[in-house]
Design a protein around this ligand. Sequence first.
Ligand SMILES: [Zn+2]
Length: 256
Amino acid sequence: MLSDRELEQYSRQLMLPDFTLEYQERLRSAWVLVVGCGGLGSPLAIYLAAAGVGRLILADGDTVERTNLHRQILHGEADIGRSKAASAAALISAHYPDCRVSQFTENLEEDALNQAVNSVQLVADGTDNYPTRFSLNRACIRAGKPLVSAAAARSEGQLATFDVGSGGACYRCLYPQEGATTALSCRENGVLGPVVGALGTLQALEVIKVLTGWGESLRSKVLMMDLRSYEQNIIEISRRDDCPDCGGELRRGFGL
Ligand SMILES: [Zn+2]
């Protein structure tokens, strides 16, 4: 049951004719792992906490740099040099006390990564490098957890949901080459703040969709946008039987 205060706090989303009390309760009981507290993770974590997601685990091994501030709105001038995960957790806790926040201030690897993925219902990837993206993908496949993945650089962005546990494609089905050269990185390519902010905001919406069942999600689809022209399209992602990450043993583990 939601309290009177919660009913008031979330009244504008509960006012939607098809956003039910049950959906709000699902958000409150949800645990989400947000990997990356940068340009994507900033609006992502803020909107998830604001929407009533009950628990966030924030992970980022980096510290805040001055070059981050134009797009990473979780952090400000006083946070330069501070752990991004700690800075993010402080802001989220101060603004949204209903959201229980824990933090990893080191890069999640191996056992810690698997443990964190196992403890949540959904993983949101807001990182900017392929090795982390591939290891997150494998951890999500092993745990049977959906992975909502976003990327942005220059004026372009992508958003997709990978859910092998429900028979969908995985991240590696989309990018079969480990170390592929198409990585979008703000550090190397530059980006306008609102471009990465738009993708992080859409990523929060997608997480809410997957957690509640509201609307249509991007399961096994990738939304591709060029915000210079506002052109966008959605492409279906096929499961690859020869996928090195989700093909064979891992997929058979789900009886698929
Ligand atoms: Zn795959």
